[in-house]
Design a protein around this ligand. Structure first.
Ligand code: AMP
Ligand code: MN
Ligand code: MN
Length: 341
């Protein structure tokens, strides 16, 4: 089979690949990693690529996958015991692939392997992607990294496990096909994955909507304690470390809370903060209208998408909220003055 020539642009840094196997070359050892605090797209894309490479490459090629501990609910996708959760050995990979990660620091402990590798590849869909690898394949109009991967896989090599993993990423990053990143292409791909036998109703319920008792209590508490600022255009809620511990929960148990905050009538931006350390907060932001939350997250050292972004901030909770809302207010007032012109 002839290998289509790569189309290189931006001084050869950005590469439009036709097929993932094009970049493997003579690599015998391949490492894969996704971002810290893995979400559905991160877990889905990493598992899909792992199983695809296992299937599509011949015997004698070693493929390793590195991720921080993944939420229990994602373990139904396939055998997740293959995931390595720490730097178990010192190894220099022929090729290391970063998935769903907008910048190198997002790889967490796996950065060490990425930096040591002979060749590196970055496959992603974040508009904020810093093109940190030797070869970068970033489709910032794609709903998810899983959608990008589907385009790089040969369809007939996608088995049920790979299809389930891809479907997981797509439903999580699109909020089950409701966010504005959902396109006709997203739906076509989802359709093809369903044809492969993905148990979609069950997967959507079990990985997206199902909450345990503690998770529901945390949701209730966040809604109860939320405050409206900027004349009702912004809603803010926070979770302290103590509260997380009280409910015997981790940050993974906060999934979905930001989405509930976002659908409060009249709100332009929803903010959820959780304490990660003394005076350190992980910030999640979601926008409904014209506020670009990626810009705000990027200003504070984070990133993401226009309508969904995050960062880590330091200071008291009041400092953090004041700093964020000042940026939101600025964007809202610019918009108002543009509308008046
Ligand atoms: P989250 O609010 O954590 O669900 O993240 C929303 C989006 O922003 C996702 O696409 C994340 O990958 C991205 N994101 C979240 N936190 C950060 C961060 N600290 N740096 C860069 N991107 C982030
Ligand atoms: Mn992600
Ligand atoms: Mn993603």
């Amino acid at each position: 089979m002839g290998i289509p020539k790569l189309i290189e642009k931006v001084l050869g840094v950005e590469v439009i690949m036709k097929h993932i196997l094009e970049v493997l070359g003579d690599a015998r050892t391949i490492g894969i990693a996704g971002h810290v605090r893995p979400d559905g797209d991160c877990v889905g894309s990493c598992l899909a690529l792992y199983y695809y490479l296992k299937k599509a490459t011949g015997e004698g090629i070693r493929v390793d996958l590195y991720l921080e501990p993944i939420p229990e609910k994602f373990k139904t996708v396939g055998n997740t015991d293959i995931i390595k959760q720490e730097n178990e050995e010192s190894i220099k990979y022929d090729l290391f692939i970063a998935l769903d990660s907008g910048s190198l620091d997002r790889l967490g402990f796996a950065q060490e392997y990425f930096l040591a590798a002979n060749k590196t590849l970055n496959i992603d869909h974040h508009i904020s992607n810093t093109r940190f690898a030797g070869t970068n394949h970033v489709e910032d109009n794609a709903s998810s990294t899983c959608e990008v991967l589907f385009g790089l896989f040969e369809e007939d090599k996608i088995d049920l496990t790979i299809a389930k993993a891809l479907y997981l990423g797509i439903i999580h990053d699109t909020g089950v096909f409701k966010h504005s990143n959902t396109s006709e292409k997203t739906m076509m791909i989802a359709g093809k994955l369903i044809t492969k036998g993905v148990p979609f109703s069950q997967m959507i319920d079990e990985t997206f909507y199902l909450k345990n008792y503690h998770q529901n209590q945390m949701l209730g508490r966040c809604l109860l304690e939320s405050i409206l600022v900027l004349h009702g255009k912004c809603i803010v809620s926070s979770v302290s470390k103590k509260t997380l511990e009280f409910y015997d929960s981790t940050s993974a148990d906060l999934d979905g809370i930001i989405d509930q905050l976002r659908i409060t009538e009249g709100v332009e931006v929803a903010i959820l903060l959780y304490e990660t350390d003394l005076h350190e907060y992980k910030v999640s932001m979601r926008a409904n209208g014209f506020v670009d939350v990626r810009k705000i997250a990027a200003y504070f050292g984070g990133g993401g998408h226009i309508k969904a972004a995050g960062c880590t901030m330091h200071g008291t909770i009041h400092d953090v909220v004041n700093n964020l809302t000042a940026h939101i207010e600025h964007q809202l007032s610019n918009q108002t003055s543009e509308q008046e012109q």
